[in-house]
Design a protein around this ligand. Structure first.
Ligand code: PGA
Length: 257
């Protein structure tokens, strides 16, 4: 049985003070939730302050990217050891916004994934097709290519330590989520890709859906057999909305009296 994981990607939003306030509110709303793993990803500058608020609680902290070298003359970069030192346990990698605006290639994402694993951070690796690719019937091919490029070099035991997020680019920030069945179809493809490489890992691997997840659609998405949680952007900036999404991931057997 896979434990649901709901992650909030705060992207380039909120000052340090605002991030701390949001973390405190989430702790208040979600501190007692036991059945769902919860993670928030603030900006680099807010990681330390948010991690201090959440230390010792069930809410974990993730970064939104990292650079693969541990230290050196790399102006403007942040490495895995620096992230673990401030209390991060995970890192989002290969987000489509990184690919689109900052030129992240499969090879670069693969290096970031390996650096995260070497430091004990859980990489949350994002894959997803554009609308043009979907319309051209290339979804499966694109997802396969991205999985191969970013995760193809990992051993089965390394694959065991990752999380994969399916985020169709056309659904991110658009208000148009993939339908549950549409998302499930790609999640099944992703799990099959992992099964072909590491049969002993695939059943336990968590696959998140991301792209316009809200409290109104999360239960249906998370109800699909291969959707084990959500990577939430816009809706994670609102504590109540995010808390409702997290609660929709609580298995029905735990909410019945
Ligand atoms: P969204 O973003 O929920 O605002 O669509 C999701 C993401 O980019 O991770």
């Amino acid at each position: 049985m896979r434990r649901p994981l709901v992650a909030g990607n705060w992207k380039l939003h909120k000052t340090v003070a605002e991030s701390v306030a949001l973390a405190e509110e989430l702790l208040h709303l979600l501190g007692e939730v036991r059945e769902v793993d919860i993670l928030v990803a603030p900006t680099f500058v807010a990681l330390d302050a948010v991690a201090r608020v959440l230390r010792g609680t069930r809410l974990a902290v993730a970064a939104q990217n990292l650079f693969w070298e541990p230290a050196g003359a790399y102006t403007g970069e942040v490495s895995a050891p620096l992230l673990t030192a401030v209390g991060c346990s995970a890192v989002i990698l290969g987000h489509s916004e990184r690919r689109q605006h900052f030129g992240d290639s499969e090879a670069q994402i693969s290096r970031r994934v390996q650096a995260a694993l070497a430091s004990g951070l859980t990489p949350i690796v994002c894959v997803g097709e554009t609308l043009a690719e979907r319309r051209a019937g290339r979804t499966a091919a694109i997802i396969g290519q991205q999985l191969e490029g970013t995760l193809g070099a990992l051993t089965p035991s390394e694959l065991r330590s990752i999380v994969i997020a399916y985020e169709p680019v056309w659904a991110i920030g658009t208000g148009v989520s993939a339908g549950p069945a549409q998302a499930q179809e790609v999640h099944a493809l992703i799990r099959a890709w992992v099964r072909a490489r590491a049969p002993e890992v695939s059943a336990a691997l968590r696959l998140l859906y991301g792209g316009s997840v809200k409290a109104s659609n999360s239960a249906a998405l998370l109800g699909e057999p291969d959707i084990d949680g959500a990577l939430v952007g816009g809706a994670s900036l609102d504590a109540r909305e995010f808390a409702a999404i997290v609660r929709s991931g609580v298995p029905a057997s735990c909410t019945q009296p």
